[in-house]
Every structure is written in structure tokens, then in C-alpha cells.
Design a protein around this ligand. Sequence first.
Ligand SMILES: *Cc1c(COP(=O)(O)O)cnc(C)c1O
Length: 222
Amino acid sequence: MTIAHNIETIRRDLPASVKLMAVSKQVSVAQMREAYAAGIRDFGESRIQEAQAKQQELSDLSDICWHLIGHLQGNKVRKAVQIFDWIHSVDSLKLLHQIDRVAGELSKSPRICLQVKILPDPDKYGWTIPELIADLTQINCCEFIKISGLMAIPPLGLTIEQTQELFDNARDLSHQISQQPGLQLQMTELSMGMSGDYRSAIAAGTTIIRLGSIIFGDRTEN
Ligand SMILES: *Cc1c(COP(=O)(O)O)cnc(C)c1O
């Protein structure tokens, strides 16, 4: 199946409120151009260097919105703030404040999602729910970035029901944070849903789905 066909099939039952991000890690720029021609404007990358090289090759497509979805190391914050419009994978208070400071220095205001582990998951970065709640006051102190919502990735091996429950819990947590008195955190976005579970994420009210293999085919590694 072609990339355009895959995108068309996904779009067919996508609510208008859901943004479709094409995860293009390990995907060639030729394939990205196909996705662009099929209407995709949001691309997700997990590595800074790969994203930067692709941005140069695709510089004629000036309306692409670039999303960082992989773990960000402190020493790469400046580059990330320079080249990404969104950073979905902010996983600690220290990193968040570093991004905010650099954003101020560079006069940028990237949109940010806080990566939260709804269930314990030793393989992933991110705040646990109690850690996130405890950090909210300090999260609220950011001046330059736009904290837009939560990002969640289910642990491997959940049933469909467990995945649904996890996405529902992430949505409820996001509402709870938005309504927290004394904070101005408007968590309007939910970045959740990948190729294998995006329908459950849509049922839970996600606003951004991050789809890779279902658009571009299987990758060799993650
Ligand atoms: C790779 C990746 C995706 C896309 O995964 P698929 O299963 O190929 O859709 C989505 N989100 C993150 C954070 C990823 O690293």
C-alpha cells in the first residue's frame, strides 16, 4: 500500500479534533515528501541530528511543523529549541526549566507536553502521577514555553481494555491539572496514540496521534 493510501485510510475515521502526526524517524525524506503531498504537515522525530538533516533537505516545505518525541538530553536542549516547534517528551522538572531558560534566550516559545507514566514502566522516562502532582507548582513557573498538555505511552503488553483505561486516566489527569486552583496550566492537548493503539486514544479524547509504522511500514529498530 502507498503512503498516501495509508494516510487516506487513517483520515477516514479521524475526528476533526485530532491532529495526525507522521512519525518519520528512520524514514527517508522521499517518503516524507509523499506524506507531505498527501496532506501531512506534522512530522515527529526522535533524534535531533536526524531531524536537523531532514529539515535541511526539506527546507522547500516551509510549513512543516516539527515535533520532538524522543528523550532529550540536557546538552542538546539548545539545538532542540532551535529546530522543533513542539517538544512532547519533556520528562523532568530540570529539563523543563532548562528548555524554558533557553527558549527565553533564543526568543522561542516551543509548545511542550509533559511525559507522564500513568502506570509504572522502568523502560520509559517521565513523571509518575504523584511526582507530576508534586511538581505542578514549579512546572507552573515557566515563562517562555507553552505547556500544552500531557504525553503518554502505555507500557508494552497491555490488553486493549488496560490501554483504554490508561488513556482515560491520562485524560482525567489532564483535566484535573487544568482545574487546579492557583495554577494557570491549560492542558488542552493530549499526545497519545500510536499505530497499535490510536483508536483507544481517540476514544479517550486524544488530540494528537503519533503514527509511524501504519503510515510508512515497519522500521528496522525503534
Ligand atoms: C516511534 C514512536 C511512535 C510511532 O510508533 P508506531 O508504532 O510506529 O506508530 C510514536 N511515539 C513515540 C514516542 C515513538 O517513539
